[in-house]
Write a new protein. Sequence first.
Length: 76
Amino acid sequence: MVRVDGHAVAAFRDSDGTVTAVTARCTHLGCIVHFNEAERTWDCPCHGSRFALDEHVIDGPATEDLSAVVVEPPHR
């Protein structure tokens, strides 16, 4: 979990080094999602919604996907 411009962002780096980032607030009621390492999903601890790494809803009650966030590498 990181903050980008004051917003909570959930980020995952795969074995190839590719970073996938999504808004960290569940689209159901706004709880912060947690990463489920075993399932490789973003899970909402409040009501059980689950999201794929690519932000799409897997299980509700959420009906809207998370939003993708563009994360750029730091400038050197």
